[in-house]
Design a protein around this ligand. Structure first.
Ligand code: ZN
Length: 146
């Protein structure tokens, strides 16, 4: 980006929609990303308004292709997110409405945030179509959630 943006990206109407129904606003923005398969400036502005804490970390995870989807022959699915910290290589297990990390437990589950960086990275990776899929057998799947 070579030019400095001085104008506002989101309209008043959009900002009101984001404040009054953040989950719905996120749903809309994710469908739009799914359609365009790209993250535009407008998407980024909306996302940073919706998930200010999670977005930078989620983008870092996207950059590193950290999201994998494990699918079993029976059709069960789980997302695994490789951590960015070098201290651990154990992936975070992310299911709809759940991530194994602390931020999810203390901020998302408490209703302060919509997503942690892992669950947001999963949604963005799926919307952008950049998720790697691996096959898991049923036992391995069960072991991940144990
Ligand atoms: Zn998380």
């Amino acid at each position: 980006m070579t030019t400095v943006q001085t104008h506002r990206i989101l309209t008043d109407l959009e900002e009101t929609a984001i404040r009054s129904s953040p989950a719905l606003a996120l749903h809309h923005i994710l469908s739009d990303i799914t359609t365009t398969r790209s993250l535009g400036q407008h998407h980024m502005a909306t996302l940073s308004s919706l998930c200010p804490k999670a977005l930078p970390g989620a983008l870092q995870l996207l950059d590193k292709n950290a999201v994998t989807k494990g699918c079993t022959p029976m059709g069960r699915e789980v997302h695994l997110v490789t951590p960015t910290a070098r201290t651990t290589t154990v992936p975070y297990v992310v299911l709809e409405g759940y991530c194994a990390c602390r931020a999810y437990a203390f901020q998302v589950a408490a209703g302060e945030e919509l997503h942690c960086k892992h669950s947001l990275a999963v949604l963005l990776s799926e919307a952008l179509g950049v998720v790697r899929t691996v096959e898991l057998d049923e036992l391995k799947f069960a072991a991940l959630l144990a």
